[in-house]
Design a protein around this ligand. Structure first.
Ligand code: GRF
Length: 207
């Protein structure tokens, strides 16, 4: 049974979707939900699901990323994780942390990478006049929002979309994509997961 640690910074809706998927014949189980702020709403949700929680606040380590990451590692390693899911964990991680957990880390990013790495992905997609948007689950490497892609979920952009309406549509797709990728990853299968919102036109040229 693979042991999964989930890192969050906010409401943790992706964390909830992941934890709710790890049941019955699923090859993994959540063992810890860790947030970088005690205000993270996801902590209560995890506790209500009976999952251990921890907080490692990044602020006391202001500027010393490696010291913060050492505290993360010290808190995480007693749970002997096989997989670490970053789910809205909004801290940039250095080579130090990434090397320590190499091959075990997944992240979800709210764009169709390699488009729109970084922040404000939905506003940028709207600004660019894109007709589709989505989310990507990828392995974490030292480069921000880079790393081998394990899955993508595509949704339509509608004419009256705002960044908020698009974010909400993408978030629903995230909650489908991340659990699907985690299950495959836990089974040792890195075949890409490709999900498309059923309202999307079937575009012939897409594989
Ligand atoms: C999601 O949009 C995710 O793509 C991004 O941060 C948000 C996390 O939301 N990394 P939640 O905390 O999982 O609800």
């Amino acid at each position: 049974m693979k042991r999964v640690v989930i890192l969050i910074s906010g409401g943790g809706s992706n964390m909830v979707a992941l934890c709710e998927s790890m049941v019955r014949d699923h090859p993994a189980r959540p063992v810890l939900v860790l947030a970088n702020s005690e205000d993270a709403g996801g902590l209560r949700k995890a506790a209500d699901m009976g999952i251990d929680t921890a907080v490692v606040d990044h602020r006391p380590f202001a500027g010393d990323r490696v010291a913060f990451e050492e505290k993360l590692i010290e808190t995480i390693d007693p749970y002997t994780p096989d997989i670490i899911c970053h789910a809205g964990f909004m801290r940039i991680l250095t080579e130090h942390y990434v090397t320590h957990y190499a091959g075990r880390m997944l992240n979800i990013h709210p764009s169709l990478l390699p488009k729109y790495t970084g922040l404000n992905t939905h506003a940028r997609a709207l600004e660019a006049g894109d007709t589709e948007a989505g989310c990507t689950v990828h392995e974490v490497t030292a480069l921000l929002d880079d790393g081998p892609i394990l899955g993508q979920g595509t949704v339509p952009i509608l004419p009256d979309d705002t960044p908020d309406t698009l974010a909400s549509r993408v978030l629903k797709m995230e909650h489908q994509l991340y659990p699907a990728v985690l299950r495959r990853f836990a089974e040792g299968d890195k075949t890409q997961v490709t999900l498309r919102d059923p309202t999307l036109p079937i575009s012939a040229h897409r594989a």
